[in-house]
Design a binder for this molecule. Sequence first.
Ligand SMILES: *Cc1c(COP(=O)(O)O)cnc(C)c1O
Length: 370
Amino acid sequence: MNVNNIVRKVYPKLTPYKCGLADLPVEEIKAVLGKETVYKLSFNESPLGPSPKVIQAMTDSLYNLNLYPSSAGDSIMKKIAEVEGVSPEQVILSNGADEMIILIAQTFLEPEDEVIIPKLSFIQYLAAANLMGATPIFSVMKDDLSYNLDDILSKITSKTKAIFLCNPNNPTGTIIPKTELMNFLSQIPDPILVIIDEAYQEYAVSPKFESGVRYLNEHKFLFVVRTFSKAHSLAGARLGYGIGTMEVIEAINHVRPPFNVNAVVQAGALASLDDVEHLQKAKALNHQGKEMMYEVFELLGLPYLKSNANFVYFDTKLDSDLIFQKLAEHGVIVRTLKGYGLDTAIRVSVGKHEEVLAFVNSLKDIMTQV
Ligand SMILES: *Cc1c(COP(=O)(O)O)cnc(C)c1O
């Protein structure tokens, strides 16, 4: 008898979090590369860090660590509801957006269900479907690597339970234009859940971007996922949330562990939502970094996608592993997209000025030598 005899049936489809060089903590990357300076641009982390007001609020909260946090996260839940123009009963908190995705899957997915997932999108949707033993159905991308919503509609069957969308999309930075989103949602039959992951919505610059929150009144089974990990710089503290109709939130609350979100991040997130200036600073920094990158991609003649997030997708036109390796030799860590069957593409996070500078200078160096 070994453990394989007692794990769930779905076990062979599940994989532990992979740990390549791009996934290691920065201190470990330094050790592996034997370098003192490493620019980790593989995680889409905010280079700015949380605002001093957030640090203060979190520090203050430490004195009450003997107490359990508010289960529903009342204060932060109300604040989010106020910002989004929904009622507090339409908000639910999670231990990062990753947990929100798992909670949705645990609440709604059965082994006989099909889940439609865009081919080039965040990998956790597939992991969540697999966890529940549901069948993932992949939708193809358009030639410009944006979502093909017609293809998604054509893949709906009587078994379809959920559709995952990421807007702006990771790893392309593309968005679903609002007219397309509206048109798409109007064609979704009622019992199908549409989950829109808006982890990067704060960074969206296209006037065609629109949050799914606007459509909750018309679509009972629409659910929007957000996070404080990216623009709010709180990845290490873990806070995600969902916005949906009261019915859907109530259902997920049957599954959510009672104290899934710690008190420290609840305090920090509240302060972060109040510090609008700091968020503006993060967005401005991101904008400058993207422009620097675009300029160099143009110069080198490398195809890239204008991004609505804090990373940029580009095509090296060469084996991405080779470029990854050479960038790593310069201390710059990016993410290749081989797992998606894209052999020449790379996603690079927009770091702070010196990080972006290190990336573009290294890339120029490498590209003029290969
Ligand atoms: C980073 C990311 C998340 C995960 O966010 P956490 O709140 O840190 O779990 C979710 N969705 C997408 C698309 C992401 O890129």
